[in-house]
Design a protein around this ligand. Structure first.
Ligand code: IDP
Ligand code: MG
Length: 161
C-alpha cells in the first residue's frame, strides 16, 4: 500500500507539454490547457515564447537525420509556442495518451491530436515521451525559478493520502 505520510509514489513526476505554433494560431491554447486541468494534473510552469532554432535543435536532437527535420524546424519556428510543465502521478505516460498518436490519422477520437488535427506535419501539441526525456526537456525550456512548487487544495481529493 501507499505510505500515509509521503503520499503516492511518483506524484511529483513532471512532463513538458507544448502547444505548437499551429495550435496557437488556431486559438487552441485554452482548450488544450483545460484538458490537463480537468484531468487533475497540477500546472507548475507556463510561458509563451518564439522558440529559437538552437533550442529546437536540442529539443529534437534525436530527429536530426530524419528527412522531415528541416520542415519540422520551419514549422516549429513559424510562430509562438505555449510551453507548460504539468505534475502528477504517471503524468508522462498519461499525457501521451491524452495527446494521442504522433500521426493524427491514427490518434483516437477524444485525444487532443485525434480531436484537433489531421496531418502529422501539423499535430498541434508536444508531450515528452519518457520520464528521463521529460527531465531533459524541462531543463531545456525552463529555468528552475520558473517552476512553481505549490500545494493544490484539491490534492487530497485527487489522491489517496
Ligand atoms: P511525438 O511528437 O509524438 O513525440 P516524434 O516521433 O518525437 O513524435 O516526432 C516529433 C514531431 O516531428 C512530431 O510531433 C511531428 O510534428 C514531427 N514528425 C514526426 N514524424 C513526422 C513525419 O513523418 N512527417 C512530418 N513530421 C513528422
Ligand atoms: Mg517525441
Amino acid at each position: 500500500g501507499y505510505s500515509s505520510t509521503s503520499g503516492i509514489p511518483g506524484v511529483r513526476e513532471r512532463t513538458l507539454i507544448a502547444v505548437k505554433p499551429d495550435g496557437v494560431h488556431r486559438r487552441l491554447v485554452g482548450q488544450i490547457l483545460q484538458r490537463f486541468e480537468r484531468k487533475g494534473f497540477k500546472l507548475v510552469g507556463l510561458k509563451m515564447l518564439q522558440a529559437p532554432e538552437e533550442l529546437l535543435s536540442l529539443h529534437y536532437q534525436d530527429l536530426r537525420k530524419k528527412p522531415f527535420y528541416p520542415s519540422l524546424l520551419h514549422y516549429m519556428t513559424s510562430g509562438p509556442m505555449v510551453v507548460m510543465v504539468w505534475e502528477g502521478h504517471n503524468v508522462v505516460r498519461t499525457s501521451r495518451i491524452m495527446v494521442g498518436d504522433t500521426n493524427p490519422a491514427e490518434a483516437r477520437a477524444g485525444s487532443i491530436r485525434g480531436d484537433f488535427s489531421i496531418h502529422i506535419s501539423r499535430n498541434v501539441v508536444h508531450a515528452s515521451d519518457s520520464v528521463e526525456g521529460a527531465q531533459r526537456e524541462i531543463q531545456l525550456w525552463f529555468h528552475g525559478k520558473e517552476l512553481i512548487d505549490w500545494n493544490c487544495s484539491d490534492h487530497n481529493s485527487t489522491y489517496q493520502v
